[in-house]
Design a protein around this ligand. Structure first.
Ligand code: ZN
Length: 247
């Protein structure tokens, strides 16, 4: 990928684009580690094979490229025409051959990267709509994609883990997840103690006198919060190790 050709000028945005591209490269490496006959095996996501995950990540890039087109042209283009259309597309994608899936992934990632590179600074502020229905500036799509590629690389279940993710990605992800819990009231009486080199950072319900406390390092606790793993996690109530639902 050619660096330093982004039309975006904002330094935070350029850094965010770099993190997204690192995630894309990471997903691409895990994908190329898989042999064709490993595509049909289960992923970490219930009901989804690796082929489903690869198809979803490919179609997600195209969907985000549609939002970038919207930001650039002002012509409203949704990520997906409906939830059902999104799901049907993934089901169809999962039936493609491994060669076709590798092509889909490569081409869609390139298409999105070109769209991002050619988006001038002012267009990044234009509002677009997330698949969940809320609106946000087009610059947010960089984070949406970042999240997808890093997490779904783990979902391929061929060796990637949350420990491979940059710590700024983990921190933002954990903030997203605990924020979603908080909005639904799912974090009541739940405290997360994140172990780091600088000590313990507490998240969640700080007001409870007798909270359920879940403890782990940033990668382990983020993996747990995202519903991916309980590795490295301890709790003062070991029977309550199931994380609240995220999305
Ligand atoms: Zn996804």
């Amino acid at each position: 990928m050619v660096a330093n050709q982004d039309l975006a000028q904002d330094q935070d945005l350029r850094r965010a684009l770099l993190t997204a591209r690192r995630g894309t490269d990471f997903f691409g490496r895990k994908l190329s580690d898989l042999s064709d006959d490993e595509f049909a095996a289960p992923s970490l996501l219930p009901g989804w094979t690796r082929a489903h995950v690869i198809a979803h990540v490919g179609y997600n890039a195209r969907a985000i490229a549609r939002l970038i087109e919207w930001a650039n042209t002002g012509v409203e283009t949704p990520m997906y025409s409906s939830r059902q259309a999104r799901n049907e597309e993934i089901e169809h994608g999962a039936t493609l051959s491994p060669v076709e899936l590798r092509d889909l992934y490569e081409q869609s990632a390139n298409q999105l990267d070109v769209a991002w590179r050619n988006t001038p600074q002012e267009a990044w502020a234009h509002e677009v709509k997330a698949a969940q229905g809320y609106t946000a500036p087009a610059a947010e799509t960089v984070w949406w994609r970042t999240r997808e590629v890093w997490i779904h690389a783990v979902d391929l279940d061929n060796g990637a883990s949350f420990a491979d993710m940059p710590s700024d990605v983990l921190e933002r992800l954990l903030k997203d997840i605990t924020g979603a819990w908080h909005k639904r009231g799912d974090d009541k009486n739940l405290r997360l103690d994140v172990l780091g080199s600088g000590g313990v950072t507490q998240l969640g319900d700080a007001t409870s006198a007798d909270p359920v406390i879940v403890t782990g390092t940033l990668p382990d606790i983020t993996a747990w919060a995202a519903g991916r793993s309980t590795r490295g996690i301890t709790s003062n109530r070991p029977d309550t190790l199931q994380a609240p639902r995220w999305i």
